[in-house]
Design a protein around this ligand. Structure first.
Ligand SMILES: Nc1ncnc2c1ncn2[C@@H]1O[C@H](COP(=O)(O)OP(=O)(O)OP(=O)(O)O)[C@@H](O)[C@H]1O
Ligand SMILES: [Mg+2]
Length: 509
């Protein structure tokens, strides 16, 4: 390994960053070398994204030094970072949806010249895409791409612009497991090309699959470092959370209850016309006291299904029944007042208002509950939410802070604390553990199990079969807006569910 001989490609020393009273970063040393993949790990709010944004010039550090190729440099903006061949892919993508792949890449590289050298750039894109195993047509408008492909464009535009260091902030969070495998292959190619890669992730499996070295952060500091050869899941968890053991899900293990409870939700031949993937003839039942999983590759109608249940979308044909009442035309407020909680797939865009405070966000969507005269009973809300955070075992963010300042995982925790505060009778949870660290993930899974055990009906949408197999009593598989099959616990195996997810029907195969 060249480390120790050549200076690191990118190195940070003595980085300090405060947000008001909060010490977000106090990093004595962090580096990535040429041909090295460094995983950056740590619990929600540990300071990973802050460090990455400092290295990319998005935030200015209060103190400290950054070096590229051993030379001290000033990275005061992402523009400076790019000039030094440091690239970053944020968790919230920064592509322009109406422009094509080619235009997005060109815009980033050249600031979009008046006459676009389309042929050159197209050639460039194709060469990189091929080298890294991306199948992308440069002419496709970005808005038509699945999330996984949008991420490829993000990576591509950094590579075409000549990045030698690439920082990826939780790239696999939005990817299906098979897409993650593709990303790891790409990362291996980058390593072979001598790039330095910083991979931020919560998935220990990702880390063990592709990192050469693992750096663990805790409360703004580097808590420890392991080489891949000496790393195990246990060691990493211990570094991340200290002695406090991660609670594993004590699933009751109860098989699918034969005495299924009251029918909480029924869809009878529902088709919709709104949304990106219209639902086609969806029929299903969900009972009190059961967890039903919806498996499928994202973009196959999951968001539309959740919107339909919540009343954001209405059935075009067919009917939706809640507690055996026709609820097809119920407004959202009525659905929520009936005790329906919803964890949507994109908390930033769909479940929160970033400019409002955390407390204001916690009041959202609970029409009436905290109304006091013309105002809001902030004290009651505050007390309820403190209780909810405590029950979830989540550290409580400053309720007066703007939601925009929360870390990715803390934002998801905020939505969970709000939605699970009042013992909902029906929980629609779309990717409920997205962005959460290992400990919070375990807690949320256990709580969904508890909710089931006290008689709630739970619908979990996820792409992660491990998560679904662990939690659910049975699975429905969504493919292109239709239910492709139902799978009972006895058949919880990837070989059974996988083919249904990609549209191969078991009874045809
Ligand atoms: N712009 C900001 N203003 C105020 N506080 C901020 C800002 N950005 C981050 N913070 C705070 O700094 C701390 C570290 O946040 P950071 O986003 O770096 O965490 P993280 O390790 O990336 O967590 P996650 O795994 O949840 O993404 C958090 O407490 C966060 O609320
Ligand atoms: Mg983060």
């Amino acid at each position: 390994m060249i480390r120790g001989v050549a200076p690191p490609l990118l190195e940070a020393r003595g980085i300090v960053k405060r947000f008001g009273p909060l010490l977000a970063n106090d990093v004595s040393q962090f580096s990535v070398g040429a041909g090295e993949v460094v995983a950056l790990l740590g619990e929600n709010g540990a300071g990973k994204s802050t460090l990455a944004k400092i290295l990319y010039g998005y935030y200015a550090a209060d103190a400290g030094e950054v070096r590229v190729d051993g030379r001290p440099v000033t990275i005061a903006s992402p523009h400076d970072a790019r000039a030094l061949d440091v690239g970053m892919v944020f968790q919230n993508f920064t592509l322009i949806p109406s422009l094509s792949v080619l235009e997005n890449v060109a815009l980033f590289d050249k600031g979009l010249p008046a006459v676009l050298p389309r042929r050159d750039i197209g050639e460039h894109i194709r060469r990189y895409a091929q080298r890294f195993g991306f199948a992308l047509d440069p002419r496709t408008p970005v808005r038509e791409l699945a999330v996984g492909d949008q991420q490829k464009v993000e990576i591509l535009k950094q590579l075409v612009a000549g990045a030698r260091v690439l920082i990826l902030d939780e790239p696999t969070t939005v990817l299906a497991p098979q897409e993650s495998v593709g990303l790891f292959a790409t990362i291996a190619e980058m390593r072979a090309d001598g790039l330095g890669v910083v991979l931020i992730t919560h998935k220990l499996r990702d880390v063990l699959a592709c990192a050469d070295r693992i750096v663990v952060m805790r409360q703004g500091r580097v808590e420890g470092e392991l080489d891949r050869a000496e790393a195990t899941e246990q060691k990493l968890l211990a570094l991340m959370f200290g002695d406090a053991a991660v609670r594993t899900v004590a699933r009751s293990g109860a098989p699918l209850r034969a005495d299924a409870g009251e029918c909480v939700l029924e869809l009878a031949g529902v088709s919709t016309s709104g949304g990106r993937t219209p639902l086609r003839g969806v029929s299903m039942q969900l009972h009190a006291g059961e967890i039903v999983g919806v498996a499928g590759v994202s973009g196959n109608g999951q968001r539309e299904l959740a919107d339909l249940i919540l009343g954001v979308l209405r059935p075009g044909t067919g009917a939706k029944l809640l507690w055996r009442e026709d609820a097809s035309r119920w407004p959202i407020a009525k659905v929520r007042q009936a005790g329906v909680a919803a964890i949507p797939d994109d908390p930033l865009a769909l479940a929160s208002v970033p400019a409002m405070t955390v407390l204001e966000n916690l009041a959202l969507g609970d029409g009436g509950r905290y109304r006091a005269g013309l105002g809001t009973d902030w004290e009651a809300l505050d007390a309820d939410m403190q209780r909810s955070f405590a029950r979830l075992g989540f550290p409580r963010p400053a309720f007066a802070a703007a939601a925009a300042t929360l870390s990715g995982g803390n934002l998801q925790r905020m939505v969970l604390a709000r939605e699970l505060a009042h013992a909902p009778r029906l929980i629609v949870a779309v990717y409920p553990t997205r962005g959460l660290d290992a400990r919070s993930t375990a807690t949320v899974r256990a709580l969904l199990g508890d909710a089931r055990d006290r008689g709630a009906a739970v619908l979990i949408v996820s792409e992660e079969l491990d998560e679904l197999f662990e939690l659910c009593d049975r699975l429905l598989v969504l493919n292109r807006g239709a239910i492709a099959g139902e799978v009972g616990r006895q058949d919880f195996r990837a070989e059974v569910v996988g083919p249904l997810m990609v549209g191969v029907r078991a009874d045809v195969a």
